[in-house]
Write a protein that binds this ligand. Structure first.
Ligand SMILES: Nc1nc2c(c(=O)[nH]1)N[C@H]1C(S)=C(S)[C@@H](COP(=O)(O)OP(=O)(O)OC[C@H]3O[C@@H](n4cnc5c(=O)[nH]c(N)nc54)[C@H](O)[C@@H]3O)O[C@H]1N2
Ligand SMILES: Nc1nc2c(c(=O)[nH]1)N[C@H]1C(S)=C(S)[C@@H](COP(=O)(O)OP(=O)(O)OC[C@H]3O[C@@H](n4cnc5c(=O)[nH]c(N)nc54)[C@H](O)[C@@H]3O)O[C@H]1N2
Ligand SMILES: [Mo]
Length: 767
């Protein structure tokens, strides 16, 4: 039924709303998963694909970065949304030269990402010539030659190499090597819009920007806080882990402005009870916090811990840990002596009693894990918020012991690995020196552009060549119309992609589409036989990923091959790196990684171990903190929270149950009860009354930022439908990417530079 691509685009008049669900998954999840995959790929291909998903000899799910259990894996180690990600990739629909001949660029520009992505897999390298109206076929060598010419015609600082988090370790490593060999650190990535705030805060405080827990730790914890995260949709396999936490007697607290279904009850589709019974209740407590109130909450928690310690010395603070491993406790205890409860309640929207109850639990638990995702990372004050999260754990000695620690839950399946491989505009000197020594190159030392710096450079016409290794830059980044217009002035844009998206349509004056293999595709045609790649999950485990399906076109090249062939074309025959050898045999790439990247010794052997291997994490492994002071930093941060003028709401932009970032699978946000439309804005019913608006009314969302340095102080999203919804008072929610028109490019998180996609001050105007 889904085999044929939708001819029509989204019709926003069809909105249907039902009550939000209180449980996630169940048998419905299985039927949706199978319906979507079989619909796109047929029965045989579906069986081959889903049977290999997340298995030790199979491929890594292209969905989220939640780890696979390393013990016994169940026959189907995937979730509904993982299956949708696979359907999206294994589809038999194709987009080839005939498609591009039939659809001029001007027509494609009127289509949404939903329509574009649903047309199918890209099959041929295509070029848009200067002044052209259509993409036309081009040979691979023609494409590489064109990029080489354009790169050589400009300076390296005017070239940008973007990466999305699906790229394998091997492809990412050769890609950053290409950028640095060419002479630039302009390596923005999706992480800049995602967990950058986590990386910044964790590196400052514990000396490494990665989570410190294993799957076992989550299951063994006696208290798990799930903050700013919607796992039922975005990390469904996490619900299995939380079920185990519950079975071991653990207590779960959800902290979220929205009552997300997956936080409350999980019907594991792989157990009888999950299908027929009532499932497992997850969150014991739900703190319905206001958007952006978490800094105030964690400070209040710190205050109550300090008070409890004063009342009963030695019972709350882990003095031995604090003395041996941390710095800054005295100042922290002093700063947290006092608290203004009125401000705390205003900032959090929570009652004092709720916070005290949480603090009592936090003070007495023996093993605490705090999990978080975008609800904590995409605010202006995200980095101080996360420092406060670290504070309460450090004070209680909850890092580097079983069942405890920090758990930033990553998004893209290899976003963490890409960073480990050097995809970062400011890699440390130790990495650059090792790279130079290994390859005989001299990497530039000047920091490059991150994502927002790239957007600014685009605005100033300071980019001549923009290369993207995956992703959908124009839809994922803020301020859509401006970004699209700026991108269209770039000399050459190059997109290495699996599926069509807006970034192919909002392209530069010349543009290339380079079609590549996905995770599930077999990577054959190499002299030494089929190749595999590797990925690193959210808990620092590295393992192999092998695709087995026959690619939809014989024109597709694997990402590492594209990068190596491009590198040779750009850098010339004299360049010292053995690009051909790396393209022919990824073991050669892995041997170089082993020499350059700490923790990858003997990579080729260990990656062939069934379960892969776990990278070193000094705080987790030995309570070693590689900060400047050699200790974990307990910090004092100023209290800030978004203050919203009267008559305005604080808008967060989030994902529906039927999308993967800018890839829109379908129009059914099932758990929230919203169907057949995406231009909706969720608002509390009492706020609607206060604002004089009614449910289902059509409104323009207008975002306000009086301090915008560009002078554009308002942005407008036209014709969104209001949906009365039980969110926290004063808050609103709309789907991304549609709501990206409202986000200013220059309003970013302090320190991390992440766009503030979760705190946008808006007013609603009847359309
Ligand atoms: N199926 C599917 N899986 C995915 C993705 C996908 O699009 N689809 N995307 C992947 C990627 S790249 C990422 S980064 C992750 C994203 O995973 P999530 O972070 O779960 O994704 P969001 O939809 O942005 O949800 C943010 C959650 O934080 C809450 N929130 C918003 N603001 C605040 C706040 O100020 N405080 C608190 N406490 N909570 C807040 C929201 O109500 C919502 O529940 O998922 C990954 N997995
Ligand atoms: N307003 C708002 N904006 C946000 C967010 C938000 O919550 N709110 N979230 C941010 C976050 S967390 C993230 S991670 C970014 C996501 O930003 P991106 O990573 O840039 O976007 P995606 O939508 O994940 O990219 C999808 C495209 O990747 C390509 N692709 C898929 N698989 C492969 C592959 O295997 N290889 C290659 N080469 N290409 C592939 C396909 O062509 C597909 O169209 O968006 C950010 N933007
Ligand atoms: Mo992300």
């Amino acid at each position: 039924m889904y085999r044929r691509a939708p001819a029509a685009d989204v019709d926003e008049s069809d909105l249907q709303v039902t009550a939000p669900e209180h449980h996630a998954a169940g048998i419905k999840a299985v039927t949706v998963a199978l319906e979507r995959t079989i619909g796109q790929a047929g029965v045989v291909r579906t069986a081959r694909a889903l049977g290999r998903l997340n298995h030790k000899h199979g491929f890594d799910c292209p969905g989220c970065a939640w780890p696979e259990p390393d013990g016994l894996r169940r026959p189907a180690e995937f979730c509904e949304n993982g299956a949708k990600a696979v359907a999206e990739e294994t589809t038999l629909r194709t987009v080839g030269p005939e498609f591009f001949a039939a659809h001029p660029l001007a027509e494609l520009a009127t289509k949404t990402d939903y329509w574009l992505g649903n047309q199918g897999r890209l099959t041929h390298p295509m070029v848009l010539r200067e002044g052209g109206t259509h993409y036309e076929p081009i040979t691979w060598d023609g494409a590489f030659g064109l990029i080489a010419d354009r790169l050589r015609a400009t300076t390296p600082d005017r070239a940008v190499f973007y990466t999305s988090g699906r790229t394998s370790n091997e492809a990412a490593f050769v890609y950053q090597l290409l950028a640095r060999s060419h002479g630039t650190n302009n390596l923005p990535d999706c992480s800049n819009m995602c967990h950058e705030s986590s990386g910044s805060a964790l590196t400052e405080t514990i000396g490494i920007g990665k989570g410190s827990v294993s799957l076992q730790d989550v299951q063994d914890a006696d208290l798990v806080l799930v903050v700013g995260q919607n796992p039922g949709t975005n990390h469904p396999r996490m619900l299995t882990a939380l079920t185990h936490t519950k079975q071991h007697g653990g207590h779960i607290v959800a902290i979220n402005p929205l009552p997300e279904a997956g936080l409350f009850n999980f019907r594991d589709p792989q157990t009888v009870r999950g299908i027929l019974g009532t499932g497992t209740d997850l969150a014991d407590d739900f703190l319905q916090i206001r958007v952006g109130g978490d800094l105030a909450l964690f400070q209040a928690l710190g205050h109550l811990l300090v008070l409890a310690e004063t009342a009963a010395p030695g019972t709350v603070v882990d003095h031995d840990f604090v003395r041996r491993h941390t710095r800054g406790y005295e100042q922290y205890a002093l700063a947290r002596q006092e608290i203004d409860w009125a401000v705390t309640e205003a900032a959090t929207g929570l009652g004092r009693a709720e916070i005290e109850e949480l603090a009592a639990r936090f003070a007495s638990a023996q093993r605490i894990v705090i999990c978080w995702a975008m609800g904590l990372t995409q605010h202006q004050h995200s980095v101080p918020t996360l420092r406060e999260v670290v504070n309460v754990l450090l004070v209680r000695g909850m890092i580097g012991k079983p069942g405890a620690g920090v758990c930033p839950v990553r998004g893209h399946s290899n976003v963490q690995g890409d960073r480990t491989m050097g995809i970062f505009e400011k890699m440390p000197e130790s990495f650059l020196a090792a790279l130079d020594a290994e390859f005989g190159i001299s990497s530039p030392r000047e920091h490059g552009h991150d994502t927002v710096a790239t957007l600014r450079a685009l605005r100033e016409d300071a980019v001549d060549v923009f290369v993207a290794m995956g992703g959908n830059f124009v839809s994922a980044t803020p301020d859509t119309p401006t970004t699209e217009a700026n991108m269209r002035r770039v000399g050459l844009t190059v997109q290495v992609s699996t599926k069509l998206n807006r970034s192919h349509v909002m392209a530069g004056r010349e543009a290339l589409i380079l079609p590549t293999l996905g995770r599930s595709d077999a990577d054959t045609g190499h002299p030494g036989g089929a190749q595999f790649v590797s990925v690193e999950d959210s808990m620092s485990a590295v393992h192999a990923s092998r695709g087995r399906l026959t690619p939809v076109s014989d024109q597709l090249l694997a990402e590492p091959v594209i990068v190596c062939r491009l590198a040779r074309a750009v850098l010339g025959p004299q360049h010292p790196v053995a690009w051909e050898a790396m393209a022919a045999d990824y073991d050669v790439i892995r041997d170089h990684i082993a020499s350059v990247v700490p923790g990858f010794d003997d990579f080729n052997r260990r990656v062939r171990d069934k379960a892969g291997f776990v990278l070193p994490h000094p705080p987790r492994d030995s309570r070693t903190f590689r900060t400047a002071s050699g200790k974990a930093e307990i910090t004092v941060n100023e209290l800030t929270y978004p203050e919203v003028p009267a008559g305005r709401l604080l808008l967060q932009t989030l994902r529906s149950h039927d999308q993967y970032n800018t890839t829109i699978y379908g129009l059914d946000d099932r758990y929230r009860g919203i169907k057949d439309a995406r231009r909706v804005v969720l608002v509390h019913p009492d706020d609607l009354i206060d604002l004089g608006l009614s449910d289902r009314q059509l409104v323009d969302i207008v975002s306000e930022w009086p301090d915008d340095p560009t002078g554009v102080t308002e942005r407008r999203g036209e014709e969104f439908r209001v949906v009365a919804y039980p969110t926290a008072r004063g808050c609103a929610a709309a789907y991304y990417p549609e709501a990206n028109v409202l986000i200013p490019t220059d309003k970013v998180a302090d320190v991390s530079g992440t766009p503030t996609s979760k705190s946008v001050i808006v007013r609603l105007e009847p359309s």
